[in-house]
Every structure is written in structure tokens, then in C-alpha cells.
Design a binder for this molecule. Structure first.
Ligand code: GDP
Length: 304
């Protein structure tokens, strides 16, 4: 298991050597997306196909088939075992044997913390949700948990600059982090988190992964790339969650899948292996069940 976890640490082109073994990272391999239909799956799982039945089709023929994108292959799956059916629609994520019950049965707001050291001290695994202000973070959290009060809590004045913990099924956390890059702030293109947000990432041992939200209705933003690179440099496992994928092409702008492809190309310059990514829409429900399934496999692997 340690070997699998540590392999992902080799994913960056130039990780700082001092950080290489700081944090265990749950997932490992990547490979080109061109799959052979003739390849047999020796250890098949039905999860990907069952999730895809409940999802609406992404606004493209196959979200995982961007030119040059690579698959995110979890532990328990050999890269040469992967078939199309194992890839979650609108993503590069392969579903493996750690995927399990992804349902959210109950969720409760636990606490708001001003600093990482004030966060809950139990060992429950957690997913941090992060993104530029207005990226659709509250809407996504709301769509995931299907409970409006949760998203409202994190929007309350005074809570938006805090680390908000929501306990799910009494066993894991969704953590709502302050948004970054307020449009009105000077130097909005600069990565300018408060020290406490960085402190959270660097010190939170129970952090399974960051869900970094990226607005797919606009071209790649420097601040998002800076954020992704900062997380990557610090070996924080992340999944790119592209939001607003339902938005149609503006008269001049590009389609969501084109913006996503552009983002991937920019990211690829900094990564030898690409993080997991998935397309979502809080309006249509696109990607919701798939994202929860992905989180379940990250969580179950972490828990074992
Ligand atoms: P936050 O500031 O990141 O929490 O963003 P919100 O969840 O408040 O969303 C910001 C705006 O984007 C609101 O007007 C939402 O209605 C809109 N929005 C959020 N998610 C989606 C989505 O999936 N599709 C579309 N079309 N609009 C969205």
C-alpha cells in the first residue's frame, strides 16, 4: 500500500525533494486514454457503468477522450486491464475495486475553524472543496449532499473565511474552504491565500484529496493554474472538478469541453501524470454520482 501511495508522489515534474515523503497520496498510475475494446478486464467492476446510468451525458461524445489526456487509474487496477466501461463518463477516472457505497444518507454541520489546528481532531478522512469565488462551490456542495442548509451555512457572513466541516454519514467530512480570487481584489491573478488556508493543506493529515473546482464556462484562469500548481508542488492529492459544464457556448467564447481541454493542456506542462478530473453541473446533475463514486474509492482506499 505504501508503495502505491508513494508512486503518486512522483507525478510532478519537479517536486521539492524535502516534501517527497511528507504526505501519503492515494493513487498512482496514469496511461493514455486510447483504450482497446478488445482488452479484457480481469477484475471488472460494475460501478462505473451503474453510475453512468444515472448521469446525464456530458456535452461531448466522450469526456475522457480529450487528445492526450491520461487516465487516473486507482490501486487494485492494472493499467492494461482498463476498458472503456471502467472509465466514469465525462472524466478521466477509472473505477476500481475500492469504489463502494457512495450514497450520502445524512450530513450535519459540525464546526467552523479559524485555523487548521482548530479543526476536528478525530481520524475521519476528509475532502476539501476549493475554488475561485463564484466558481459554483456552494451549488456543488448543495448538489452533492442534496441539502440546502449545508451550502447556506458556508455562505453565511463570517463563515466564508473559515474552514467549515460537514460530517457525512458520521464517517467522513466535506470541508468547505474559503474561495480565492475575489474579482474586486487587487492582483486577483495572484495566489494570495491567507496563511491559515495554506496551513490547513500542509498540516491536515486526514486530508484524502482536494476537489479543486474550475469553472468550465470560462477560459483557463491564471489563478486556478497557480492554485493547482501550488497544491501539486506540495504533494497535495487533487481532483479537478469542472463546474458549469451545462453552459452553452457564448457567442464568442469556447464550449466547456474546449475550455477544459485548454486547461488540461496548460496543466500538462507542469505534471508528468495528470490528476483526476471530472465534468459536473449543479444545474443538470451531471457528474454528481460519478464524483461521489470517485470519492468513495479514494476514501475506502484511505480507510483500509
Ligand atoms: P460560489 O461562490 O463558488 O459558492 O458559487 P455559487 O454556488 O454561489 O454559484 C455562483 C453562480 O454560478 C450562481 O449564480 C449559480 O447559480 C451559478 N452556478 C453554479 N453552478 C452552476 C452550474 O453548474 N451551472 C450553471 N449554469 N450555473 C451555475
Amino acid at each position: 500500500m505504501l508503495v502505491l501511495r508513494n508512486r503518486m508522489l512522483a507525478s510532478l515534474v519537479l517536486p521539492p525533494p524535502s516534501l517527497l515523503l511528507r504526505k501519503p497520496a492515494p493513487f498512482s498510475f496514469c496511461l493514455p486514454t486510447r483504450l482497446s475494446h478488445s482488452t479484457r478486464c480481469r477484475n471488472p467492476t460494475q460501478n462505473a457503468s451503474s453510475a453512468s446510468k444515472t448521469a446525464q451525458s456530458p456535452p461531448m461524445s466522450d469526456g475522457a477522450r480529450f487528445v492526450g489526456t491520461v487516465l487516473f487509474v486507482p490501486p487494485g487496477v492494472e493499467p492494461d486491464e482498463v476498458t472503456d466501461e471502467m472509465v466514469l463518463p465525462g472524466s478521466n477516472i477509472v473505477v476500481g475495486p475500492y469504489a463502494g457505497d457512495a450514497r450520502i444518507r445524512e450530513v450535519e454541520f459540525l464546526k467552523s475553524s479559524p485555523r487548521a489546528k482548530d479543526c476536528p481532531k478525530d481520524d475521519r478522512p476528509e475532502f476539501a472543496i476549493l475554488g475561485r469565488s463564484n466558481v459554483g462551490k456552494s451549488s456543488l456542495i448543495n448538489a452533492l449532499v442534496r441539502k440546502k442548509e449545508v451550502a447556506l451555512t458556508s455562505k453565511k457572513p463570517g463563515k466564508t473565511q473559515l474552514i467549515n466541516h460537514f460530517l457525512v454519514n458520521k464517517s467522513w467530512y466535506i470541508v468547505d474552504l474559503p474561495g480565492y480570487g475575489f474579482a474586486k481584489a487587487p492582483n486577483a491573478a495572484q495566489m494570495n491565500w491567507s496563511a491559515f488556508t495554506k496551513g490547513y493543506f500542509l498540516n491536515r493529515d486526514t486530508l484524502v484529496a482536494v476537489l479543486l473546482l474550475i469553472d468550465a464556462s470560462v477560459p483557463p484562469q491564471k489563478i486556478d493554474l497557480d492554485c493547482a500548481n501550488w497544491l501539486g508542488r506540495n504533494n497535495i492529492p487533487m481532483t479537478f472538478v469542472f463546474t458549469k459544464c451545462d453552459k452553452m457556448k457564448a457567442s464568442k467564447g469556447k464550449r466547456p469541453d474546449e475550455n477544459i481541454r485548454d486547461f488540461q493542456q496548460l496543466i500538462r506542462e507542469n505534471y508528468r501524470q495528470h490528476p483526476a478530473w471530472i465534468m459536473t453541473s449543479s444545474v443538470t446533475g451531471l457528474g454528481r454520482d460519478e464524483l461521489l463514486l470517485h470519492m468513495s474509492q479514494l476514501r475506502n482506499y484511505w480507510d483500509q
